[in-house]
Write a protein that binds this ligand. Structure first.
Ligand SMILES: Cc1cc2nc3c(=O)[nH]c(=O)nc-3n(C[C@H](O)[C@H](O)[C@H](O)COP(=O)(O)OP(=O)(O)OC[C@H]3O[C@@H](n4cnc5c(N)ncnc54)[C@H](O)[C@@H]3O)c2cc1C
Ligand code: FES
Ligand code: FES
Length: 1052
């Protein structure tokens, strides 16, 4: 019926400009509209499913009822264009640019060295910008919350946090990158950036909310809006009555609010909805009403709004009445990212009925209910075990609309008043990482006691996530507890009942079966500890209490980055050795940098897709591509046969000693002139210096004692400490790869164009080449431009790998610049007081070539590993890293509380770039060794695709203190300006976190009487860490007999 109708015209403002669409398609998301229709490519397209934050924009709306404008960040990849009628969108292009004025957020992230490849930067900028629009003086907690949904693969987050921290009111009193002890020493030490240079935040520069949209909202007619696309129609009714009628006529049409559930299904599972109903204009879905028993919250309210509301109510009502509110606030703080919470609706979360909903178990245990309306009228439905009938299914009829959700006060336990001070309510959650939603285990638990006693009157326990297709009630367990005293006897029986009640078959989807089962017990045990605490506070029990379980620490502290200052005699114009902003940082932060997929498509453009073998380790005997060629759009299939040259896979630059274990301790260290096992001679002096320095800087000995003490006082939380050295060989063992070339042109106006063979991938090689040319030509780096790498200008190019890019290309650029500078010598001598520009002009008129090539013939390395002959590396980078973690032995969650890294990279060409490489590589290593787990099905299908499954470190994984020190007084005769390559070496130092986890697990095991070696495989995910701790709950889980079932995932 709707397809026949001509749709309405959609009106949205984008960066202050009105955009109208007569044919707004319900299947079009804002992201593709921005990038493809408007060619605003600053908003990046990453995962497409709300998981990476690259597409973050700010949405602003006017609310006529309160006459207020509100702003929020959102993922453009999940925002249906049709949902945005009447909204104003701000993208990274709308807040500042390099031609007019850059916004302080853009400036600070760029100048604090918060961008490397820059792909995540526009998203980071917009998350921070949206935060500042709502809160110009944010706290660190606000900042970490705002950035929690933005992933960065390069920087390690610390510099982004530091740039953003400068907006905090408290930032001036806890500046990073300086010695905090005294003001004098602070000033003596060089800094990576100078906060005093920053532009002030000036809200008057922000785009104003379009008055036309205010007028539109104030005078909106109450008619249904319809947008008709090719395959789908969007209907947005203006009243509840109309919404109900629509649902009666189209019961299977989804109600789309935040689109965070419907959207991914449409995108990734190809679900087509011919009709989509948007209830976002129905006022009843946003109403909040307070009753003596609790609060009814409109089902359309976003999760962020629900959180704000509950936080407000906490202040207005006594503590015992708001137990459930607090539990929900805690859940909402960890649910998804800020961008998701800003759009996802309460009703959507409940009705989606996903087993891993963070809210449903809590609402169910708290006696929540929903008010639904349909053609048959209104009814209230309890959110209990009967509500969730299957995966994504509730007992609601398809035509029923949830209008509001009731969140009760906790004072009254349905039939009686709880004199012990109200029921105790807790939501406990375990997730592989704090934010994401993949397979967390969530529980809502509520208990009421008889007057003045520890006898349980009523108890309710719900689990969600990972325990089957629905939110489940542990009814039998509750029965085993009710009427009995809350003590060890009751609890130990309850664990047994729970174990029998919540059974997971060994082949359950999601895997990790033993872990998940043990978590059900561990979370009940955690609840037990809290209940005992509460009963003791109420003077109900006299018991000596076990430890109080506090959450893992979470506040990111200012950290230190120390590097050697340049000598006093170095010219102020010579940038070598000084921190210098990545030359593309401003274009990253403004969204002006163009990436491959930002370029408009050209006619006849083809796309390449990798097809992998459907069987692991299979030998390919024959390839039949005929079926593939029949597929529409397939032009060709390229196989190994079509690729000329050698096809063996080469592994460069991986030194075997990197695989050494934590057992490398002083006793085993190289001393004096040494040789590796492959007979390469070297001096370990700087490694030993790094080791000693790291021990001092990290206060290793004292902290080792403190860790021991901590572990003695805590049964369920353990700390672990590990210190790891590295010796990393730089350059290629394949001699011909150790070469590079450059081409440098000087133009008549004095500008210089440098082409070299290195590939810029964010690591800052172009910035360093600028610095080299600046030093050699004695001109400011602002006169030097870098041409994109191309074999049309530089033929002798080699891979930018093995941490050898700057070593090789830097020497080539130096060589070309030296030639040019030498050529200008007679001119300079004729006019010693002249400027660069006058010399260059004179050279032109004297017919002197202003172009030169440069070449670097690197070391002749080779290695015959069979005979152990040769020398595979030019030199070694040394480093030592000390990390400390705090591990929750009941869930395996951990937090790196501090990391100190000392690295010997000779004399750094650019400390800001090099420290960025150190931190980025460390965080990648942390991910590699503790988080990033590939899961394959028994048939070889990779499950872990995209950020919802494959977890890379997020801001919540950054060590709370991450200190980096570049070893002073180190020289390297083998590389440019005595520097050392630094791209790769530090990756392995991330393993210090792995070994610290193992150290903590060893302490936990010794409490269970398990002494001696044990294995912990990398990555040390919470699952593996928890199993390694071998808590009594883990030991309760009966082992499944291998071979008796088909596991969900391969154990690789
Ligand atoms: C990246 C990402 C991370 C996430 N992380 C978490 C997490 O950590 N924890 C967690 O619990 N959840 C998480 N989620 C899930 C998210 O919370 C839910 O998808 C969201 O709450 C659903 O609300 P919505 O408004 O977006 O629903 P929509 O996608 O708009 O709708 C979902 C479904 O609900 C129905 N519906 C919506 N409103 C009503 C109503 N009023 N009456 C009847 N039916 C209705 C629709 O018909 C539709 O079928 C995550 C989602 C994403 C994309
Ligand atoms: S592209 Fe939108 S969140 Fe990843
Ligand atoms: S992904 Fe953040 S800078 Fe590269």
């Amino acid at each position: 019926m709707f397809a026949a109708k001509k749709g309405d015209t959609l009106c949205v403002f984008i960066n202050g400009k009105k955009v109208t669409e007569d044919h707004a398609d319900p299947e079009t998301m804002l992201l593709s509209f921005l990038r493809e229709n408007l060619r605003l490519t600053g908003t990046k397209s990453g995962c497409g499913g709300g998981g990476c934050g690259a597409c973050t924009v700010m949405v602003s709306r006017y609310r006529p009822t309160t006459k207020t404008i509100f702003h929020y960040s959102a993922n453009a990849c999940l925002l249906p264009l049709c949902q945005l009628h009447g909204a104003a969108i701000t993208t990274v292009e709308g807040i500042g640019n390099s031609k007019t004025r850059i916004h302080p957020v853009q400036e600070r992230i760029a100048k604090a060295h918060g961008s490397q490849c820059g792909f995540c930067t526009p998203g980071m900028v917009m998350s921070m910008y949206a935060l500042l629009r709502n809160k110009p003086w944010p706290t660190m907690e606000d900042i970490t919350q705002a950035l929690a949904g933005n992933l960065c693969r390069c920087t390690g987050y610390r510099p982004i946090v530091d740039g953003c921290r400068s907006f905090c009111q408290e930032s001036s009193c806890c500046q990073s990158n300086g010695d905090e002890k005294t003001t004098e020493t602070k000033h003596e030490k060089p800094r990576l950036f100078d906060q005093e240079e920053f532009l002030p935040l000036d809200p008057t520069q922000d785009l104003i909310f379009p008055p036309e949209l205010i007028l539109m909202a104030e005078t909106a007619n109450q008619q249904t809006l319809t947008f008709c696309g090719e395959r789908s129609t969007w209907v947005s009714p203006a009243s509840l009555e109309e919404l109900v009628q629509l649902k009666i006529r189209h019961p299977t049409a989804p109600l789309v609010m935040g689109n965070t559930n419907t959207g991914p299904d449409m995108k990734f599972k190809g679900v087509l909805h011919p009709l989509i109903i948007s209830p976002s204009r129905v006022p009843e879905l946003f109403e909040v009403s307070l009753t003596p028993r609790g609060v009814w919250v409109g089902a359309g309210c976003s999760l962020s709004e629900v959180r704000c509301l509950l936080e407000k109510l906490l202040l207005e009502f006594p503590e015992e009445e708001t137990e459930l509110f607090r539990a929900l606030i805690q859940q909402l703080g960890n649910l998804g990212s800020q961008q998701i919470r800003n759009v996802a609706s309460l009703g959507g979360n409940v009705v989606s009925a996903y087993p891993n909903s963070d809210l449903n178990p809590v609402l169910a245990a708290g006696n929540g209910r929903v008010s639904v309306v349909s053609g048959g009228g209104r009814r209230e439905v309890p959110l209990d075990q009967d509500f969730f009938v299957g995966f994504g299914k509730t007992l609601l009829e398809p035509e029923e609309v949830v209008v509001s959700v009731f969140i009760p006060f906790t004072r009254k336990c349905s039939t009686f008043v709880c004199p012990a001070g109200g029921s105790l309510f807790r939501a406990l959650r375990h997730a592989p990482r704090k934010e994401p939603r993949s397979l967390p285990l969530t529980t809502g638990m509520r208990v009421c006691f008889s007057e003045g006693s520890r006898v349980v009157q009523d108890i309710s326990i719900y689990y969600g996530g990972g325990l089957g297709p629905t939110t489940v009630s542990a009814t039998k367990t509750c029965k085993a507890i009710v009427g009995r005293p809350w003590d060890e006897g009751t609890l130990s029986q309850a664990y047994n009942v729970l174990l029998d009640e919540l059974v997971l078959p060994p082949s359950a989807p999601g895997g990790k079966v033993d872990f998940r089962r043990s978590l059900t017990l561990s979370l009940l045990f955690k609840f037990n500890l809290e209940v005992l605490q509460k009963l003791k506070e109420m003077n109900v029990i006299p018991d000596e209490l076990p430890e109080k379980l506090l959450p893992l620490p979470g506040d990111i502290q200012p950290s230190l980055q120390e590097f050697q200052p340049v000598s006093d005699s170095q010219s102020v114009h010579d940038p070598v050795g000084r921190p210098m902003m990545h030359r593309s940082a401003v274009s990253h932060a403004t969204g002006e940098a163009i990436y491959c997929d930002d370029m408009p498509r050209t006619d006849g453009e083809l796309f390449l897709v990798l097809v992998t073998s459907s069987r692991a380790l299979a030998k390919i005997i024959n390839l039949d591509v005929s079926a593939a060629m029949q597929l529409p759009g397939v032009v060709d299939v390229i196989t190994a046969k079509d690729i000329p040259g050698k096809k063996e896979r080469a592994m460069f630059g991986y030194s075997e000693e990197l695989l050494a274990e934590n057992k490398i301790r002083e006793a085993n260290m190289y001393t004096g002139p040494s040789a590796t096992h492959y007979r390469m001679e070297f001096s370990p002096e700087n490694m030993l210096r790094c080791w000693e320095d790291c021990k001092v800087r990290s206060d290793y000995n004292a902290r080792r004692r403190a860790v021991h003490q901590f572990n003695q006082h805590h049964r369920w939380k353990k700390r672990g400490l590990s210190i790891i050295p590295i010796k990393y060989g730089v350059a290629f063992a394949e001699s011909f790869l150790n070469q590079a070339a450059a081409l440098v042109h000087v133009y008549k106006d004095g500008s210089v164009l440098v082409s070299h063979g290195g590939t810029e991938m964010g690591q800052g090689i172009h910035t360093k080449m600028q610095q080299v040319a600046s030093r050699e030509l004695h001109i400011p780096s602002s006169k030097i431009y870098i041409s994109e790498t191309s074999t049309s200008t530089v033929p002798n190019t080699c891979p930018s790998a093995a941490s050898f890019g700057t070593d090789a290309n830097g020497m080539a650029v130096k060589n070309a610049c030296e030639t040019l500078y030498q050529r200008l010598k007679p001119i300079r001598e004729k006019n010693p007081k002249g400027s660069w520009e006058t010399w260059v002009r004179a050279a032109f008129f004297e017919k002197i070539s202003l172009s030169a090539t440069g070449y670097h013939r690197g070391p002749d390395l080779y290695m015959d590993w069979d005979k152990m002959e040769g020398q595979p590396y030019a030199y070694f980078v040394f480093g030592v890293c000390c990390s400390e973690v705090e591990l929750d032995c009941l869930t395996g969650d951990y937090r790196t509380v501090r990391t100190d890294i000392v690295v010997d990279i000779g004399r750094s060409v650019n400390p800001s770039v090099d420290i960025g490489q150190v931190e980025g590589a460390f965080m990648q290593g942390l991910g590699l060794y503790t988080l990033e787990e590939l899961k394959f099905s028994p048939s070889g299908l990779l499950y872990t695709r995209g950020p919802s499954q494959y977890k890379i470190p997020a801001i919540c994984d950054v060590p709370l203190r991450l200190n980096v020190y570049l070893l002073p007084n180190s020289h390297n005769p083998h590389a440019i300006y005595s520097s050392k390559g630094i791209g790769e070496p530090v990756l392995f130092l991330g393993s210090s976190v792995f070994f610290a986890i193992k150290d903590a697990a060893a302490a936990a095991r010794s409490e269970s009487g398990l002494i001696g070696p044990f294995s912990l495989d990398s990555p040390a995910t919470p699952e593996k860490a928890c199993l390694a701790c071998a808590s009594p709950f883990i030991q309760k889980i009966p082992a499944s007999e291998p071979g008796s079932f088909k596991p969900w995932a391969l154990n690789i």
